[in-house]
Design a protein around this ligand. Sequence first.
Ligand SMILES: C[S@@+](CC[C@H](N)C(=O)[O-])C[C@H]1O[C@@H](n2cnc3c(N)ncnc32)[C@H](O)[C@@H]1O
Length: 237
Amino acid sequence: MSRIVEEIFSDIADKYDIMGHIFSFGVDGIWRKIAANEAIIESSEYAVLDVATGTGSLVLDIAEKACKYNKSVCITGVDFNKDMLKIAKKKIDAKIDHKAKYSDIKINLKLDDAMKLEKSGSSYDVVTAGFLLRNVDDAIVFVQGLKKVLKSGGKFILLEMGKTDDKFLDFLYGAYFAVIRLTGSLINKKAYWWLTRSIMKFSREKMIDILKDNGFEDIKIKNLPFKIGFMITGKNA
Ligand SMILES: C[S@@+](CC[C@H](N)C(=O)[O-])C[C@H]1O[C@@H](n2cnc3c(N)ncnc32)[C@H](O)[C@@H]1O
């Protein structure tokens, strides 16, 4: 599956941001800002790992929030797709590089696989992942890696999309997804079929169980505006 997922994101890398904003009516941006806000912790100096950073939007939101709260933060963004990372680098260079305002923010981008997370270093205070869970080969392997890279007491924030607990809303989303598949097929049939199918298949409950089974604590799930997006947060024991 990972090869297929990698190909899909390479094919749509240059359109990923704009199509995400169009299909979500800009709500994806609000969800990332909420997640970035969660990534602000008490310490004045800390390290964040953003897994599956893609085109770097969440990294930039975290940088913006950290700057607002006068934090000194080192953010490492990893992804296994070099085409997505290329766009992330351009966006980060344009917004952050050499700007006095961001002098306490350091950003590194790395080509790494979420299935081998331990390679991305260890001792992170915060780990974030935006819309990764539906795409990984094995969520258990990801969570085991998360356990290794997150400090004891460190916080994780997982942003994802999946079915809601409201049957009527899910019916409406099902109808809207048919529209996305139709219009998305003009750009890339595989990508938008994958997007909509993986959302409808994702189980929040299963994910929570995996996190609990792997010893994470204080696990909370919060619906985000329009309910199809949600955020799972918790702490390493
Ligand atoms: C839906 S995009 C999300 C990107 C970004 N987090 C955001 O908020 O827009 C999913 C990203 O996950 C990456 N990805 C999927 N599986 C991965 C894996 N096993 N290791 C690293 N990155 C992965 C893809 O390359 C893609 O950039």
